[in-house]
Design a binder for this molecule. Structure first.
Ligand SMILES: NC(=O)c1ccc[n+]([C@@H]2O[C@H](COP(=O)([O-])OP(=O)(O)OC[C@H]3O[C@@H](n4cnc5c(N)ncnc54)[C@H](O)[C@@H]3O)[C@@H](O)[C@H]2O)c1
Length: 481
């Protein structure tokens, strides 16, 4: 099976901080230690650091009692789900000890939701529940080095929160996307290196990469079982979802908090529905191709807007091109009454692979000989029972923390986020956008997020009619709005 990150075998398992320090010294004495690795175009790349750096790294395991403490920053739907996955790992004691959000009601709802099934693994008294734009700091201050913080706010805040987690010596689970523009992508790549230097373990919520069935499929594709990959296709087409559509802000509400609560509507907060919804399908296709595309051209438009004033298009079509000329076509639509599809496919010279069939899980991956999806041509299919990839990504992260395995998914997460932004920018500007254009883009959607307070102005302002700037392909050609 293809591991999403390299996991050296035969590493002894330190159980306590003392054993960990002894273990680290032993590695250091041997001359060098592997403390970071990531897949670059899925080719495994190990980064060796010096023995001195390994010694200087903080203890990355849980404290003397061997319990890993967890803090949740961003107590919404996914943050609550990620915390539930964290508290469901089987490999050793783990406990939720702090929570932070900008909305009291979100934190309360999350706490109550988790308190049902997971009460025994929770110790979050009132004085470790934090509200406000500095809640992330207070929640992380409640942890010890080597504990885990979950970053599940809208992605705009990811680099701010990740930076503080690194300063505090914390291991991290962060949700996708991890960036939505060029400047913050460059910042996150630099932070990824800082985290590696400190031997911190960082998981990124592209959980499909942890799906065992897709890992099997990846190996079969790399073995040539569908021949050379020529075309990939991904679809995320359904009715309105999340907060992708927004009407004008109600009077009396803070513009900043309203935009945050409707983050799929605003490009600065989320990259819009494009980045938030399509990244998984784009990422799983690029994984199977074992490469990132070098450029994108795209189209899209706004059709039935009604009173909605968000920045999204209602539909998107992207043609990504890989370095070998192969194509990935991505279709996104948020429109009721149309054909719905939520799936990814890879066409090779010998056959067709279904990467995912309907939503993220179960993947129901399969391979057909030839290009027609008929049962008689199935040559391999996933077994009926598929483990939940949202749980697998946590099992893998905690395993890496407990057993000091190299684990840093940030570079791959940034690359997936960038490739997604590249398609979005191509649609929004009407221009061909290369990977390098996106990476080097100077348009930072929301500078100054690190110093927001409850009274700050929103990064995007409405005009006198309550309307926000929207993408205008062919008119606004160098930035998305
Ligand atoms: N991997 C997946 O399949 C998956 C699924 C859903 C969401 N997500 C990702 O998870 C993230 C959150 O999405 P969601 O659906 O849970 O949204 P959500 O609105 O339900 O939750 C986000 C939470 O973060 C809080 N928040 C916002 N800004 C904050 C800040 N600066 N400090 C502290 N708290 C803050 C919000 O109040 C809210 O409670 C997004 O990046 C999204 O793309 C991933």
């Amino acid at each position: 099976m293809q591991d999403p990150v390299e996991k050296p075998q035969g590493t002894p398992v330190p159980k306590t901080r003392r054993e960990f320090l002894f273990h680290t010294s032993a590695i250091a004495a041997a001359g060098s230690a592997l403390v970071g690795c990531q897949t670059t175009d899925n080719k495994k790349t190990a980064v060796a650091t010096t023995a001195a750096a390994a010694l200087a790294a903080p203890a990355v395991h849980a404290g003397e009692n061997n319990t890993i403490q967890v803090a949740l920053v961003g107590c919404g739907g996914r943050g609550t789900g990620a915390a539930a996955n964290a508290l469901s790992v089987k490999n050793g004691p783990i406990k939720l000890v702090a929570m932070g959000d900008v909305f009291d009601h979100r934190l309360k709802g999350s706490f109550e939701g988790l308190s049902g099934e997971h009460k025994a693994r929770m110790d979050v008294p009132e004085d470790r529940k934090f509200i406000g734009f500095d809640a992330y700091k207070k929640a992380m201050d409640s942890l010890r080095p080597g504990d885990i913080v979950i970053l599940a706010t809208p992605p705009a805040f990811r680099w701010v929160h990740f930076k503080y987690a690194i300063e505090k010596g914390l291991n991290v689970f962060m949700e996708k996307p991890v960036t939505v523009d060029g400047p913050t992508s460059r910042r996150m790549l630099a932070l990824a290196e800082d985290a590696k230097k400190k031997n911190l373990k960082v998981g990124v919520g592209l959980m499909c990469r942890h799906c065992h069935i897709r890992q099997d499929l990846f190996n079969k594709i790399q073995d040539g079982q569908v021949g050379d990959l020529i075309t990939l296709r991904a679809y995320r087409m359904h009715g309105p979802a999340g907060s992708a559509f927004s009407t004008r802000k109600p009077d009396g509400q803070s513009e900043l908090l309203w935009q945050i609560s409707r983050f799929h509507s605003f490009l600065w907060a989320s990259g819009g529905c494009f980045s938030d919804f399509y990244i998984h399908n784009i990422d799983e296709c690029c994984w199977m191709k074992n490469a990132w595309p070098v450029q994108a051209q795209a189209s899209g438009g706004r059709h039935y807007r009604g009173d909605n004033v968000d920045q999204n298009f209602d539909n998107y079509s992207v043609e990504y091109t890989f370095d070998d000329g192969a194509k990935l076509f991505v279709y996104g639509r948020t429109m009721p009454g149309c054909h719905d599809e939520f799936a990814s496919y890879a066409h090779g010279s010998k056959g067709l692979a279904v990467i995912s069939s309907n939503s993220h899980t179960p993947a129901k991956s399969r391979i057909y000989k030839g290009q027609k999806m008929v049962n008689s041509d199935i040559v391999w299919k996933a077994p009926k029972d598929e483990p939940d990839p949202y749980q697998l990504e946590w099992d893998d992260l905690v395993d890496a923390v407990r057993n000091d395995k190299p684990y840093n998914e940030v570079k791959r997460g940034v690359e997936a986020s960038l490739v997604t932004s590249m398609g979005r920018m191509a649609a929004h500007t009407g221009q061909i956008i290369t990977f390098d254009d996106m990476l080097n883009s100077k348009h930072e959607f929301a500078p100054g997020l690190e110093s927001l307070t409850m009274d700050s102005a929103a990064p995007l302002l409405a005009d006198a009619n309550g309307l926000y700037p929207i993408p205008q392909p062919g008119i606004k050609m160098h930035s998305e709005y």
